[in-house]
Design a binder for this molecule. Structure first.
Ligand code: SF4
Ligand code: SF4
Length: 324
């Protein structure tokens, strides 16, 4: 299964919840951004510049929002969510209120120990998503955290060997196109998963890693190899075949489908504000959410945007039941 937390019989309550959300036109996935603070130093994101004074304004509970949306999936994100010492409490409260729910925590991994992972897993987390864009010290430099890659690789394997589900969150950029398959193969050997996304400059305008016409042939070849990998072995790469196959179109600028962010997925910031997606400004309090219309925006091709448009085909079902 996508998460070791679940058994095949869980598909039934999740399917019922999915049908109810679709009928009510409510988001299937809600991101809870628990803090904008971060102790990494990524050059393509300004969250780490958030003042520590903002800590006082962060929500102390996400239960009300979770109950109001009652989604199928929740992503605990930031900033760096593990900076919240009360993250286990936040997760546990929400899990108790809206299970069944598939919850992932996204982290840069520098503070993730096996003990913390166990506490979060017991609170209700069903997957640890750890950012990993390179297999060597380039990743340490990109995050501004010395020794990070070695730590991630060791911790991920230990967490997995304790029966918990780990996936690398890997962003495809201009300078790691040759690194993607090695990351996928390393994940396969470690029996952890990989979720791929595509770099965007929308976070702070840093265009240094954008994919463009100069990368098109390599992107086309990479995607063909990733799809071939998936045909050979499902479970390691959690992206849908549909999402992967659309990446070359997005790089070419051929993807003109309006973005459904805010409809199937929605983002709640640390202060209770709601956004259609992580990189759009806050529109008001989450209590005032009445839905978003699709928007003609093409600034990113994050997995959350692309996966929301993936049709429910047999191979999507195969991805759901396969394990890393
Ligand atoms: S991209 Fe993530 S890890 Fe990097 S500074 Fe932003 S929030 Fe922190
Ligand atoms: S394409 Fe969609 S998810 Fe991406 S930045 Fe635009 S509105 Fe947000």
């Amino acid at each position: 299964m996508l998460s070791a937390r679940f058994r095949p019989w869980h598909l039934l309550p999740f399917s019922l919840k999915y049908a109810r959300l679709r009928l009510r036109r409510r988001p299937v996935l809600v991101n809870f951004e628990v803090t904008m603070r971060c102790n990494a130093r990524c050059p393509f994101c300004d969250y780490w510049k958030t003042s520590s004074d903002m800590k006082a304004q962060e929500l102390r509970s996400f239960v009300d929002a979770a109950v109001a949306f009652d989604p199928m999936m929740i992503t605990w994100t930031g900033g760096e969510p593990l900076l919240r010492a009360d993250l286990e409490e936040l997760v546990h409260g929400v899990h108790r209120a809206v299970a069944p729910v598939w919850m992932t925590v996204l982290t840069h991994g520098a503070m993730l120990s096996v003990e913390r992972a166990r506490a979060l897993w017991d609170a209700g987390i069903g997957q640890f998503g750890i950012s990993l864009d390179y297999l060597d010290e380039r990743h340490d430099r990109a995050r501004g955290i010395p020794g990070l890659t070695a730590r991630i690789l060791t911790t991920a394997e230990r967490i997995r060997s304790e029966g918990m589900t780990v996936r690398f969150n890997t962003v495809i950029k201009d300078d790691n196109l040759d690194e993607i398959l090695p990351i996928v193969r390393a994940a396969e050997a470690m029996r952890v998963g990989v979720n791929l996304s595509v770099y965007t400059d929308f976070k702070n305008g840093n265009r240094a890693h954008l994919l463009g016409p100069a990368h098109q042939r390599r992107v086309d070849a990479l995607i063909a190899e990733l799809l071939a990998f998936k045909r050979r072995r499902r479970g390691t790469i959690s992206n849908s075949d549909h999402y992967l196959s659309q990446i070359p179109r997005w790089v070419r600028g051929d993807l003109t489908t309006p973005c459904a962010s805010g409809k199937d997925t929605v983002h709640i910031d640390p202060y209770g504000g709601i956004r259609r997606c992580p990189d759009f400004p806050t529109d008001g309090h989450w209590r005032d959410y009445t839905g978003y219309e699709p928007i003609a925006c093409d600034r990113c091709f994050y997995a959350c945007r692309g996966e929301a448009q993936a049709p429910l085909r047999l191979n999507r079902f195969q991805d759901l039941v396969a394990s890393p």
